[in-house]
Design a protein around this ligand. Sequence first.
Ligand SMILES: NC(=O)CCC(=O)C(=O)O
Length: 297
Amino acid sequence: MASLLKKPLKLALVQLATGADKAANLARARSRVLEASKSGANLIVLPECFNSPYGCQYFPSYAETLLPHPPSKTDSPSYHALSALAAESKAYLLGGSIPEYVPSTKKYYNTSLFFSPKGDLLATHRKVHLFDIDIPGKITFRESDVLSPGNKVTLVELPEYGKIALAICYDIRFPELATIAARKGCFLLLYPGAFNLTTGALHWELQARARAMDNQVYVGLCSPARDMEASYNAWGHSMVVDPNAKVLCEAGEKEEVVYAELKGEAIEETRKGIPIYTQRRFDVYPDVSKGDIKFDE
Ligand SMILES: NC(=O)CCC(=O)C(=O)O
């Protein structure tokens, strides 16, 4: 069987310190992405809401308009900054997410943008599962007060490497997305995400390792750096997990770039040793990757 990952890939996660100044966030992202590309990264990831603070009160004022494609520089400075940066760094670049506004429907989304090493937009992913939680005395958050959900599974083909899946933060709690992506042949699931001090301590690493273990693929989670002065305190701890659920690299809480070398053999060896791939009982339960699924491939 052909390898899901055709050749080794160096993945970089940029755990960016973001603030209120969008231009400063973009400039900071640029210098960290260029640093990662100088270190040989082939695929570089920026966090959820990398160009703005994270919070419902911020989404409208930071939102950019992406459609019709390509957007003007006024409609989406972040699109143009990311496109130029991908081309300059000659690496695939995932702009973890930005708040997006669609004037025709007056809807806001939490949207990531994925660029080729030539600076072409290959995919966008609108967060499918909105972060609405209420843990009394700890954290209440309702993205759905402002945002609308996306409605597709996003898979992207990188011709020299293979297929990857894009999702955002709270999407990781819904294992169906990960399973569908893995069964469709992805070698890597990427989740830019801003967990917080409550749920980060509980579930950040557990979710990453669970998605990797269940699906025997690589998983990357990229957080903003923690800022205790901000209204929302991101967990940090960006990490890459291997197909055997082992953490390959992990950031601390501050701004940092972490790297991992991904290899196709690791997926094959894991699946050979524990062959759940050939042991599924679709005569007992359904295959979630079959049926009426909305894809953007
Ligand atoms: N930005 C998010 O979606 C946060 C998700 C989160 O913290 C969680 O626990 O899930």
